[in-house]
Write a protein that binds this ligand. Structure first.
Ligand SMILES: Cc1cc2nc3c(=O)[nH]c(=O)nc-3n(C[C@H](O)[C@H](O)[C@H](O)COP(=O)(O)OP(=O)(O)OC[C@H]3O[C@@H](n4cnc5c(N)ncnc54)[C@H](O)[C@@H]3O)c2cc1C
Length: 321
């Protein structure tokens, strides 16, 4: 008999399972698609652990909790601690000053060449030294491997909390259809450009088409991401790809010669305040609303859920209905 059933094996469910297992609980993890893959939002993420940059628009809780994300992840997968950079094109320089006013944890640098020789002409830049990134698909498979090592397999089955008995964590993302949960569509592109060297995520501030680029192994770059209120789960639209590629081209024209490896899209599950939360309804804890902060916030959300289940501790992300 499991002490806890977890429905959904995206980044939220997997972190909940690992945290619960580490707290000594017997857990059962169910996902209608089996292990993580292109069926879940977590598959399409950039893998940025960027609490300070996100603070430009996110609530303070994201900045506070997000600062611990890299340490959580380092216990599971490879985390690159190279910080991140924010730049703007000459004509949009005012955006950089505005971004700097809305964020903390950065330094204005003129010598970007010392960090990214290929981008020497983009100066000044904001350098967020304490930020990090990871390869999200590798991170998901490392979470699955850590669970397997702890004796937990992902069961392929469709379920709702009503189908289960005892304590249950509902981590079904958008499929949970909870009150107030909405979809924010994100579209992404993966390019291969081995001749371009970039060792940290880079954001290009742009009044219409903001872009971030996250380097991955083997000369790959993830370009993201649109942000549209939507219920549309189709693949990326031509418009989104066009906008992302145009912004990348403006950043470095060599991206025009890159191999187009992949495009993708999914709905980010979000509440009105764009903050994730644990909603308790009887024996059910709904872990949801991770918006664009699944990798940043899932470890903290899971830790709070397990602290509540095992010790009754109520954290700031817990809401009781
Ligand atoms: C383009 C893009 C870029 C992003 N970049 C970043 C980033 O750089 N950093 C960051 O922190 N976040 C990022 N995000 C956000 C992040 O991906 C999401 O916040 C996160 O993936 C949400 O995870 P989840 O576990 O709640 O949902 P999901 O990953 O969707 O997982 C839900 C799981 O539940 C399963 N399921 C659904 N219904 C059932 C059922 N009835 N029975 C059993 N199983 C079920 C599904 O199969 C799925 O596996 C990005 C998102 C997008 C789209």
């Amino acid at each position: 008999m499991a002490d806890l059933t977890i429905i959904g094996a995206g980044v939220a469910g997997l972190w909940a399972a690992l945290s619960a297992r580490k707290a000594g609980l017997e857990v059962r993890v169910i996902d209608r698609n089996g292990p993580p893959g292109p069926h879940g939002c977590s598959w399409w993420a950039g893998g940025m652990l960027a609490p300070f940059c996100e603070g430009a628009v996110a609530e303070p809780a994201v900045v506070t909790h997000g600062q611990h994300a890299a340490a959580f992840w380092a216990g599971v997968t490879d985390v690159t601690h190279h910080g991140s950079l924010v730049v703007a094109l000459e004509r949009d320089r005012g955006e950089l000053a505005r971004f700097a006013r809305r964020t903390t944890g950065h330094a204005l640098i003129d010598d970007i060449a010392a960090l990214e020789p290929d981008l020497a002409h983009h100066k000044p830049a904001l350098y967020f030294k304490k930020e990090a990134h990871l390869d999200p698909r590798r991170a998901l498979s490392d979470l699955v491997a850590a669970l397997a090592a702890a004796g937990v397999q992902i069961e392929r089955a469709e379920a709702t909390p009503e189908d289960t008995q005892g304590p249950v964590i509902d981590a079904r993302g958008m499929a949970a259809a909870l009150p107030g949960l909405r979809g924010v569509r994100g579209e992404m592109v993966v390019l291969r450009a081995p001749e371009i060297r970039l060792s940290r995520p880079l954001r290009l501030l742009h009044p219409r088409h903001p872009l971030y680029i996250v380097p991955r192994p083997d000369g790959l770059f993830m370009l993201g991401a649109t942000q549209l209120e939507s219920t549309d789960r189709r693949g990326a639209t031509a418009r989104a790809v066009l906008e992302l590629l145009s912004a990348a081209y403006a950043l470095d024209p060599r991206f025009a010669e890159a191999e187009l490896v992949e495009t993708g899209a999914d709905l980010r599950p979000a509440y009105a305040d764009n903050l994730p939360r644990i909603t308790r309804r009887g024996r059910v804890l709904h872990l949801n609303g991770l918006f664009r902060h699944g990798y940043l916030m899932a470890p903290a959300l899971a830790a709070q859920a397990v602290a509540y289940l095992t010790q009754g501790i109520k954290g700031d992300l817990l809401h009781e209905d």
